[in-house]
Design a binder for this molecule. Sequence first.
Ligand SMILES: Cc1cc2nc3c(=O)[nH]c(=O)nc-3n(C[C@H](O)[C@H](O)[C@H](O)COP(=O)(O)OP(=O)(O)OC[C@H]3O[C@@H](n4cnc5c(N)ncnc54)[C@H](O)[C@@H]3O)c2cc1C
Length: 473
Amino acid sequence: MNDITFTSINGSKKVISSSAIDAFKAQLAGSVYPAGEPGYQEARSLWNAMIDKQPAMVVNCSGTADVVACVKFARENNLLTCVKGGGHNIAGLASADGALMINLSPMKSVSVNASGRTAKVGAGCTLRNVDHETQAYGMAVPLGINSTTGIAGLTLGGGFGWLSRSYGLTADNLLSAEVVTADGKITQAGEGGEADLLWALQGGGGNFGIVTSFTFRLHPVGPQVLAGLIIHPFKDAPKVFRYYNSFVSNADDKLTCWCVLRKAPPLPFLPQDVHGKEVFVIAAIYAGGIKEGEKALEPLRKFGQPIADVIGTVPFEGWQQSLDPLLTPGFRNYWKSHNFVTLSDELMDTLLDYTTKLPSPHSEIFLGQLGGQINRLSPDATAYPHRDANFVMNIHARWQDKPEDDRCAEWARKLFDATAKYSTGGVYVNFISEGEQLVSSAFGKNMEKLSRLKAKYDPDNFFRTNQNIKPKA
Ligand SMILES: Cc1cc2nc3c(=O)[nH]c(=O)nc-3n(C[C@H](O)[C@H](O)[C@H](O)COP(=O)(O)OP(=O)(O)OC[C@H]3O[C@@H](n4cnc5c(N)ncnc54)[C@H](O)[C@@H]3O)c2cc1C
């Protein structure tokens, strides 16, 4: 092992001798990957190919003891750290140049307590790992819509998906967490521990410590559900969009319908002449009985003349993975996002107009339907404050080649600006591509309490590679 040059917490260079690295390694059960050595590229990899930050060294942690050792080593040597769960953060906040990357992705245990309806989940799990174990018991935690996302970043930002209208955010279902705090101590948040720390973890991001395991409340779901896609031709989009809007505003909590404006991918159930043309897609799930679901979805399925209706009875675990092929790693991605209470005619027309200007075949605008159980909590019940939003829009520019960066990001920025006047002004912390100025929009009125808790749990802002909350002076 050679000497390694790190970035220190104040941004200067800091050389750590080979003997100090060897002594650190001897404390770990997991593996260490200095920059340039075999295994480093995989260990530091992120979902968004736009981000190419180079940590000085990655530690693949095998458990809590390794996380404690990393925090203590970084503190003793004043090193900048970054923490990787699933590596999906759009802004690449799991990585930082010259940092010590604390990679939790090997920590994939899931243990279900069926009678108590809880699951204890390791911080390196993907959503797929969680669904796989909980569905064996016919239960689920409300998670996101792409199964390769990390449970850690998703939960710490809020987390919504197909079950959130029925059962709340992922963070709302967090009962307790084990956390390694900035002083290297193992602390319990929630049941049997610190209540205010749990509150901060329920939407305040990775600011308060490194969560090593999460304990969630489980709900009975599936294992079969009614779910699928309805795809309309773009020429009908203005009237379908308006119908969608009125239909979902009266939907019961078990029904969730997201819509996606994009060019049709070459899906086997779509006629070839539609491939590559703009379409209006509705993705729907009924998180209850199949018969009730058929009744609830009937009016939406009968409306207009869709090109395809592939709603059917499917395994819930499979539905959770159904959009994965459109969201594989390796592409360049840039996101802009707004929250909306309602969808006005002008807003819908603007979205349709920008759909005709999509910058690449893989780009899309999606509207996730929120509301239901999410919005029954008050904005200060957890750190996630957006309890008024009924829709979250993500403008997702996605392309392959670097020379396209400016053109694709520009399309997203223009649409973001054009729709700002319809938004609540709040933004989902996990959808921020860039811009520190958006951090206050992400935490809203909870910012003050979060800065106080930051001062309590991390007064030196040791955990700063995140959507950063500064400790209150
Ligand atoms: C394709 C795709 C689909 C998505 N779909 C949804 C969706 O349906 N619903 C939704 O709500 N969100 C969705 N997201 C957003 C997702 O919630 C965020 O990207 C989230 O940050 C991913 O978590 P991660 O662990 O993979 O992130 P990482 O990139 O590993 O980490 C994100 C941040 O959390 C910090 N962090 C990670 N682990 C820990 C830990 N254990 N303790 C403390 N801090 C930690 C990191 O340092 C970093 O700042 C999606 C993202 C992608 C890329």
